[in-house]
Design a protein around this ligand. Structure first.
Ligand code: GLN
Length: 393
């Protein structure tokens, strides 16, 4: 057992940058769910199987001995499939040789991109509430953050507040649409406004589009890269995780103009060398799936969303109806708990359902005290079990 003096001297091994960040609350909730055998509606990953065609392709790739490193920025067939899909879906022309970096999930894609384009002290504009990772990602880069509020119930932003967040020191704005955790989807007009500011202030848009195909009620996803003037000002991040229900495969990609990709590839190479080679082969199959794969998936999620809205409303939550992604933000103020974290701990330990405290999506935790996020990318039997347990609230 270290004495106090020894313990103090150990502090010199804790870097300043790690001191600035905390453990992920989303991942912590999954561990707590496992510990207490709670139904995990916290971390957003499906509990149903991935498409058989993908699993076969991965198995075949291993059998065919695709077991060694792929090219650091991605196996050629996978990059070609990514390029073809963006052409087919959005009419975007992406050069597979110079504008794609395959990485270990969009998590690495975001970190590699931020490390590639920011210097300590640069400013990043971030909409709040935000997907938890953007907080630590930006802190690890030493960036200064300017938060812009998305206002409930529609999670829209005030254009003047957005303008005030930009300055000559702004390096980039981080966008996540369809949005985690709110389920809002930015329309073309909002994206045009962001695009205008990026151009006026010579800033980049770093856009996390991982839920691009998970859309409800006729909502359309617009990649900001399509907006005039944004083609070479956008770093587009995405992954196989959500679209193909393979969050544990850790295969994502970053699209950016050749000069930006050049920097991103250097960071990526020294961070991870590359994503799993056989899974990239399966990725080539996934990205070539016909359009009806995406429409069927979205139809399937809309039914799960509606089920989950019913479950939560039945249990007394006020729900913000998502138009995309697979989360429901809820208002818990009616339950009389002092904050979201105490409420979620009660939910996990006494009720047997795990969720994510709203405060983990805010810089100032107090803003999220009245909110809790549930995910619904789960089997109906899982949602049903949650419904039974939530009666105990
Ligand atoms: N995107 C998922 C969520 O918000 C989790 C992602 C992760 O834990 N890497 O729950």
């Amino acid at each position: 057992m270290a004495t106090t003096v020894e313990a103090l001297s150990r502090a010199r091994f804790r870097s300043d940058r790690t001191q600035r960040v905390n453990e992920s609350v989303i991942r912590e909730m999954t561990r707590l769910a496992l510990e207490h055998k709670a139904v995990n509606l916290a971390q957003g990953f499906p509990d149903f199987p991935a498409p058989e065609i993908l699993k076969n392709a991965a198995r075949e790739a291993i059998t065919a001995d695709i077991n060694q490193y792929a090219i650091t920025w991605g196996a050629k067939p996978f990059r070609d499939a990514i390029s073809a899909k963006y052409q087919r879906t959005y009419g975007l022309d992406i050069d597979p040789e110079r504008e794609i970096t395959v990485c270990c999930g969009s998590t690495e894609g975001m970190m590699a991109s931020l490390l590639a384009v920011t210097n300590p002290g640069d400013e990043l504009v971030i909409f709040e509430p935000y997907y938890e990772n953007y907080g630590p990602d930006s802190l690890l880069c030493g960036a200064t953050r300017k938060f812009v509020q998305l206002h409930a119930p529609d999670w829209t932003f005030d254009p003047d507040e957005l303008r005030r967040a930009f300055s000559p020191r702004t390096k980039a704005i981080i966008i996540n649409t369809p949005n985690n955790p709110t389920g809002c989807v930015f329309d073309r007009k909002s994206l045009e406004l962001i695009a205008e500011l990026c151009q006026e202030f010579d800033a980049l848009a770093i856009t996390d589009e991982i839920y691009e195909h998970i859309l409800y009620d006729g909502t359309v996803h617009v990649p900001i890269m399509q907006i005039p003037g944004m083609r070479d000002r956008t770093i587009l991040i995405n992954s196989m995780s959500k679209t193909y229900a393979v969050t544990g495969w850790r295969v994502g990609w970053v699209l950016a103009s050749p000069d930006l990709s050049h920097s991103i590839r250097k960071v990526h190479d020294f961070l991870t060398v590359g994503a799993a080679a056989p899974l990239q082969q399966a990725g080539a199959v996934a990205l070539a799936l016909p359009d009806d794969y995406y429409t069927t998936m979205a139809d399937d999620y809309v039914a799960r969303r509606d089920t989950m809205l019913e479950v939560l409303e039945g249990a007394g939550f006020r729900c913000y109806r998502p138009r995309g992604a697979y989360y429901i933000m809820t208002d818990i103020s009616g339950f009389g708990y002092p904050d979201d974290t105490q409420f979620v701990h009660h939910l996990i330990k006494d009720v047997g359902v795990a969720a994510v405290p709203g405060s983990s999506f805010y810089e100032d935790p107090r803003r999220g005290y009245g909110m809790v996020r549930f995910c619904f990318c789960k089997k109906y039997e899982t949602l049903k079990e949650a419904q039974i347990r939530l009666r105990k609230i």
